[in-house]
Design a protein around this ligand. Structure first.
Ligand code: GTQ
Length: 347
């Protein structure tokens, strides 16, 4: 393959003439835009230790009242993508949000979709379109594009959760914006979607005959996920990942349009390889400790740590404990890539 011409190969006055007319020659940039075999990945495989994040977050709680923050969040920014760009991976925004007792993070809605994955604390809640969702550690709560949401804290002690948003995608499309609201009136029945879609394979009878709902279930309690992983772990051959996907219970499809969510149980002493694919991802440690190897980079993880996994990466996870399982929560952009037709699973 012959080397392509560079910018310097071109006469200066020609280059200046192009620039003056807002024109750019493709060939000097072609290999950067379309590298052979594997994409150019600026995303670094890195880990944010919760032991580092937590004190900084509590300090933010002392320094910045909620009224001055709207959302009190420290963003996990991947240095390979530029800290200012607030990207854990090219498509995934991750923030660690702190809410203190009796604080409220005011009602708003925005074009990006968000989820909350609870890290620690009791008494936190999110109201999604009038539905009050309790937040217990490990719970996943959806706040999809365009739905009103506000957060509160009726307990004691700090509540921390991980926010995952498709903000980088929506922002890149110059489609990201927000609308402020007045406080919501929570409906009498809290956690209504969880009550109606409690068991896999069972949906309210009326749901069968009407058009499918986009977001019938907005809270996935960790208690249920953990139990389901335990059942699966008992029948899955060792070395094969014990993994469940969070789906829309009416359609069986992904529960959000751009980002996808799954949970993994690493059994005692287990080491598993994840299938290599074209999606990027973020992994949060629900409990346990171990090692993750991402494209040959080895990172030791503890409870509540968060890791960034670039697209096309080779990933191996190992549980450090010989006696206790470890649990991981995974966010990826596979739903978007599938919809757009370029998702690849290499196996
Ligand atoms: O809680 O609604 O981390 O709007 C970033 C933007 C959280 C939220 C974030 C948000 C929120």
């Amino acid at each position: 393959m012959s080397a392509l011409g560079t910018l310097e190969d071109l006469p200066l006055d020609y280059r200046q003439g192009l620039t003056a007319r807002n024109l750019v020659p493709l060939w000097p940039n072609l290999r950067a835009a379309l590298p052979y075999g594997i994409p150019l990945r600026r995303t670094r495989p890195i880990l944010w230790r919760y032991a580092d994040v937590r004190p900084q977050l509590l300090e933010a709680g002392r320094l910045t009242p909620i009224e001055k923050a709207e959302r009190r969040v420290l963003v996990l920014a991947n240095p390979g993508l530029g800290l200012d760009n607030m990207q854990a991976t090219p498509s995934i925004y991750i923030g660690m949000q702190l809410i203190l007792p009796s604080e409220t993070a005011p009602n708003h809605k925005h074009s990006p979709s968000a989820v909350r994955f609870v890290v620690e604390g009791d008494g936190g809640f999110t109201i999604v379109e009038g539905e009050k969702c309790p937040m217990e550690p490990g719970d996943l709560i959806l706040t999809p594009s365009g739905l009103w949401h506000e957060h509160g804290h009726a307990g004691t002690g700090p509540v921390v959760w991980m926010d995952a948003l498709d903000l980088p995608m929506v922002y890149a499309l110059e489609a990201s914006y927000c609308i402020e609201g007045t406080p919501q009136q929570a409906r009498n029945e809290a956690d209504a979607s969880q009550t109606r879609y409690r068991r896999a394979g069972l949906v309210p009878y009326a749901a069968v005959t009407r058009p499918r709902a986009n977001y019938p279930l907005v809270r996935f309690p960790w208690r249920e996920v953990r139990e389901a992983l335990g059942s699966l772990a008992a029948v899955t051959p060792r070395g094969e990942a014990v993994r469940l996907a969070y789906v829309n219970p009416e359609t069986g499809g992904e529960c959000m349009p751009i980002l996808g969510f799954s949970a993994i149980e690493l059994r005692p002493g287990e080491s598993v390889r994840l299938p290599r694919h074209s999606a990027s991802s973020v992994i949060n440690v629900v409990d346990g400790s171990g090692t993750v190897e991402i494209d040959g980079v080895s990172l030791a993880f503890e409870q509540f740590d968060t890791m960034a996994v670039p697209t096309h990466a080779e990933v191996r996870l190992e549980n450090a404990s010989a006696t206790r399982p470890a649990h991981l929560f995974v966010v990826d952009d596979a739903p978007m890539q599938r919809k757009l037709g370029f998702y690849e699973l290499f196996g």
